[in-house]
Design a protein around this ligand. Structure first.
Ligand SMILES: [Zn+2]
Length: 116
């Protein structure tokens, strides 16, 4: 009986420790995300999005000759604009583009997938 009481006390203590552990983990996540200037908007539309590393291409070449990284606003464009990025992670519909640096920084936070 003494042993059971001890086990129960341990269980209570362990259960009590759990929320603190979870809070700790959330605080670590927040240091990557919420304080990052690139996350001023929460961008729910990018949650779990699929991207492919490819040469930049316009979704609508008649109207758009460039795009911007969804996070840092780095410019994507064709070879005629030499100081722009020419390759990045684009969605299948070419609508959203993320530069390689931001993709690596946020792929875990947003659960990005890569399609072939
Ligand atoms: Zn970027």
């Amino acid at each position: 009986m003494g042993g059971w009481a001890l086990a129960a006390a341990f269980a209570v203590e362990f259960a009590g420790a759990q929320p603190a552990l979870r809070t700790g983990r959330r605080r670590v996540m927040a240091s990557i995300s919420d304080n990052d200037w690139r996350l001023q908007e929460r961008k729910p539309y990018l949650q779990g999005a699929s991207f492919k590393l490819m040469p930049w291409a316009s979704k609508n070449p008649q109207q758009w000759d460039h795009d911007h990284c969804e996070f840092c606003r780095a410019k994507f464009a064709g070879q005629e604009i030499p100081d722009a990025l020419h390759e990045g992670y684009g969605t299948k519909d070419l609508y959203y583009w993320v530069c390689p640096a931001c993709f690596e920084d946020f792929r875990e936070h947003f659960g990005f997938k890569v399609f072939a």
